[in-house]
Design a protein around this ligand. Structure first.
Ligand SMILES: CC(C)(COP(=O)(O)OP(=O)(O)OC[C@H]1O[C@@H](n2cnc3c(N)ncnc32)[C@H](O)[C@@H]1OP(=O)(O)O)[C@@H](O)C(=O)NCCC(=O)NCCS
Length: 121
């Protein structure tokens, strides 16, 4: 099922066929919404990973903005976050372009991360 379309991207659930990089559309990455509990608070992360060959074309930003707008307009969410490794400047920039700002440094069982967040206007 297609979830979202942007100018250059089709966002939908992964299927086993995606492993074959089918001719109907090249598989370039994964993105979506992930639920977390951070410091006792329920949060929803906008997560994104783009294959290296496609970096620097604005694709993560394009996907992230579409997901943000869908989450706020269609899912009724009022706040979104990103969990970013310290030093991952590209990821932090994508978060900022979603309107997010750095909130605090956190740590979970996997390790430390920076919490960025945005509230629906
Ligand atoms: C982070 C990631 C998704 C960015 O994907 P992308 O499609 O290249 O991102 P975009 O092109 O939409 O935008 C990247 C922004 O970061 C900036 N950027 C890239 N590398 C940078 C660096 N080393 N320092 C500062 N800014 C940087 C770009 O200039 C761009 O900002 P701009 O449009 O204002 O110029 C990609 O690098 C990736 O998949 N990394 C590995 C997985 C990962 O880290 N995911 C995020 C986990 S929180």
């Amino acid at each position: 099922m297609n979830i979202l379309e942007t100018e250059r991207l089709l966002l939908r659930h992964l299927t086993p066929d995606d492993l074959d990089n089918k001719a109907s559309g090249q598989f370039i990455g994964r993105c979506g919404l992930l639920p977390w509990q951070i410091d006792g608070v329920d949060e929803v992360e906008v997560a994104y990973t783009i294959a290296k060959a496609f970096w620097g074309q604005g694709l993560a930003t394009e996907a992230a903005l579409a997901i943000r707008d869908y989450a706020f307009a269609s899912l009724g969410l009022t706040r979104l976050v990103c969990l970013i490794d310290d030093g991952n400047l590209a990821s932090a920039r994508v978060a900022e372009k979603m309107g997010m700002a750095f909130e605090k440094a956190c740590e979970d069982e996997i390790g430390p991360f920076l919490l960025y967040g945005v509230v629906k206007e």
